[in-house]
Ligand binder design. Structure first.
Ligand code: GLY
Length: 373
């Protein structure tokens, strides 16, 4: 971890014990929980779940890309710890994060008579985590769930902080709620099977965290690839996200900073019909908003080449591939608007960003300043 972390934040704690030390980051939100990070941790899912919960039935919610790889190990660990286990597996991809899949998941639990003392395990990336989390939040007004993220993006960002959601026809994450998990179990060994494009997309969120909060992390990312330092990079990002979530769990202030690159990024994703990955959209959005912030005189011009260089180094896109009118329309559906104002997160310097409320009439000007034509 080597001193990397939010300027005013706490680092992770490590526990000694029989085996290797377990890195845990405690999140003191409305429900307090640990994010545990360790190679091979998936095999300890069952005992860790049994320690936290009295119920002994678990529903593993996963997708058809992840479940064939890790479903058996997760289920065996739960069964060995005394859980009776069922699974709900849906087709992978952002397009499945919809009301239809959500309804099927709820009916699955209901048909099998799951109760409020039972457990949901979200085994997968951001789509699975968001959908399983929203299912857990709303089934019988809330059952406990454990996040087992299997992508870099979900390990460093979406599995922590309790945002749950599904997409509506008009936009991403339009139906959802805040509902914290009981545990986040992060096993970097699961990243060995991560497709290259998803690795790169996860790196975009890591770079985002560094631009937001930490020149030290930014430096570390330029010195060695994320894949050579998974555990320490994940711990650093989770530590910074924890600090934000503890200060603003319900996203009324500082948490909005985590949306750096997201307004334009979500619009790009929507225009691509979700063929562009979330992280790729965030990379494009970060590049565009940094360009705009420099153009508007808000951002230190030295940051733009640094941001473009690191994104390119990680094989990430930096240009918006859609016309301004399409991006503007998609951005208008974004829930990061409040009234007629769009809240762009803009960088001022490395490790320093702010929320800039932009009135409707000025959004096109910002997009143009970001290089969108
Ligand atoms: N991924 C942004 C947040 O958790 O607020």
């Amino acid at each position: 971890y080597g001193g990397i972390g939010p300027a005013a934040g706490r680092g992770p704690e490590t526990e000694g014990g029989g085996g290797r030390p377990l890195t845990t980051i405690h999140v003191a939100a409305s429900r307090a929980y640990d994010v545990a990070i360790e190679q091979g941790l998936l095999s300890r899912l069952g005992p860790m779940a049994a320690e936290l919960l009295s119920g002994r039935r678990a529903a593993v919610i996963s997708d058809d890309a992840v479940f064939p790889l890790y479903g058996a190990l997760a289920e065996r660990s739960l069964q060995d710890a005394g859980f009776q286990v069922e699974h709900f597996v849906f087709p992978h991809g952002e397009q499945q994060k919809n009301l239809n899949t959500y309804g099927q998941a709820l009916n699955f639990l209901c048909d099998r008579r799951f109760t409020r003392s039972d457990l949901i395990v979200a085994l997968g990336g951001g789509v699975v985590g968001d959908l399983a989390g929203f299912t857990a939040a709303t089934y019988q007004r809330g059952v406990a769930y454990i996040q087992v993220p299997t992508t870099l993006l979900s390990m460093v960002d979406s599995s922590v902080g309790g945002k749950t959601a599904v997409d509506l026809d008009s936009g991403k994450n339009q139906a959802g709620c805040f509902y914290q998990p009981s545990l986040v179990l992060c096993d970097p060994a699961l990243l060995a099977s991560l497709p290259e494009a998803e690795y790169r997309a996860g790196c975009a969120e890591v770079i985002k965290t560094a631009v937001l909060f930490s020149p030290e992390l930014f430096q570390k990312l330029t010195e060695a690839p994320v894949r050579e330092q998974f555990e320490s990079v994940i711990a650093a990002c989770v530590g910074m996200k924890r600090d934000v979530v503890e200060n603003d769990e319900f996203d009324r202030g500082q948490r909005a900073l985590l949306n750096l690159g997201h307004t334009i990024g979500h619009a790009v994703e929507a225009c691509s019909n979700f063929t562009i990955l979330h992280g790729e959209g965030v990379a494009i959005g970060m590049a565009a908003i940094t360009r705009a912030a420099v153009e508007k005189g808000i951002c230190n011009p030295a940051l733009l080449p640094q941001v473009l260089d690191i994104l390119q180094k990680y094989g990430l896109p930096t240009e918006v591939p859609y016309p301004l009118a399409d991006i503007q329309k998609a951005a208008e559906a974004d829930k990061k608007r409040s009234g007629s104002v769009t809240n762009f997160v803009v960088p001022e310097a490395l490790g320093q960003c702010r929320v800039e409320p932009v009135p409707a009439g000025e959004v096109a000007g910002w997009l143009k300043a970001g290089g969108i034509r």
